[in-house]
Ligand binder design. Structure first.
Ligand code: NAD
Length: 305
């Protein structure tokens, strides 16, 4: 791998756009590509070099970085991309995907003589903009060693979690905590409103007390206490509810496979599935509070709360 490798970056959505922006600003040789015309337009406006197609992005590339919605997108891009990469090239998948797809992608990379790392992230769009994401790495030691300096301009922390798909395992467990904790925070604010307690008063107490958590202090679901949270911006994501529902589906699938009881994770999944089913999938996942204020899911038998 050269000191300044050519990086094909695929997937320029809410996360990919600021991530590739950090890489480009740090002097990396990037070629950004997305299947969406709007995403390509946004990245061009930001001054990041683009490619007109996936194959153009991959021409002579040493590294492929993917930041895509789900496992099927990653598998499909890899099927097209891997034959175009030279032996020893590195694939870093930063998407949050299921364990089976992650393992399949690692196996396919290995069979072609490519290095591969699963490297899902935590920290949201704010962390992506600031270059302070936590990366959770899974893969062989050599691949992880090559990936580290490439990820550095986007990272606050890089944690090696273990072998292939260990990063995804860490991400799935982390996001199960996040989904559950966001619902808890939303329920607390919805209750506080009915009890005549101001948003700021609850925030001032809970953010310094035992109710403290990231969903409250970094992503507060009501406008005011945390000015940068999506609640101040009409619940524009941020992290879309559809992606949270996807991640909670991944944790439940993993729990079922492993025979582990995760009743709160199952309930969180069901609530986010309801929210998405009622048309809230494109809103930030903190919009759960609006869903709860409106009565939440219908109770068995059809009656709303
Ligand atoms: P997003 O939907 O905003 O962006 C995904 C992008 O991938 C879109 O622009 C889409 O056009 C593009 N895409 C899909 N298929 C493609 C293909 N075949 N070729 C090229 N481009 C393609 O999603 P996001 O919020 O940026 O999240 C990306 C991943 O990161 C997801 O797996 C998500 O779970 C994870 N994640 C998101 C956040 C967050 O706060 N948004 C935080 C941590 C992790």
């Amino acid at each position: 791998m050269t000191a300044n490798p050519i990086i094909a970056f695929v997937g320029l959505g809410n996360m990919g756009r600021p991530m590739v922006g950090r890489l480009s600003a740090a002097g990396a040789q990037v070629r950004a590509f997305d299947a969406s015309t709007a995403a390509m337009e946004a990245i061009r406006t930001a001054g990041v070099p683009t490619a007109g197609s996936l194959s153009e992005a991959l021409e002579g590339a040493d590294v492929l970085i993917t930041m895509l919605p789900a496992g099927r997108h990653v598998v499909s891009v890899c099927e097209e991309a891997y034959p175009r990469l030279g032996v020893g090239a590195l694939h870093i998948d930063c998407s949050s995907i299921d364990i089976a797809s992650a393992k399949a992608v690692h196996a396919s990379a290995g069979a072609r003589g490519l290095l591969s790392v699963d490297a899902p992230v935590s920290g949201g769009t704010g962390g992506a903009e600031a270059g302070t994401l936590t990366f959770m790495l899974g893969g062989e030691a050599r691949a992880v060693e090559v990936a580290r300096p490439i990820l550095q301009p986007m990272a606050g922390r890089i944690v090696q979690c273990g072998e292939a798909a260990a990063g995804q395992a860490a991400k799935i467990c982390n996001n199960m905590i996040l989904g559950i904790s966001m619902i808890g925070v939303c329920e607390a604010f919805a209750l506080a409103e009915k009890l005549g307690l101001s948003h700021q008063a609850l925030f001032d107490v809970a953010s310094k007390s035992s109710g403290q958590c990231w969903s409250l202090t970094s992503y507060c679901p009501v406008p005011g206490p945390v000015p940068a949270s999506p609640a101040n911006n009409g619940y524009k994501p941020g992290f879309a509810s559809a992606l949270m529902a996807k991640d909670l589906g991944l944790s439940q699938a993993a729990a079922d496979d492993a025979g582990v009881s995760t009743p709160m994770g199952a309930l969180a999944r069901s609530l986010y599935d309801h929210l998405v089913g009622e048309g809230g999938g494109d809103q930030d996942f903190s919009a759960m509070i609006e869903f709860l204020r409106a009565g939440g899911p219908a109770r068995p038998g059809g009656a709303a709360r």
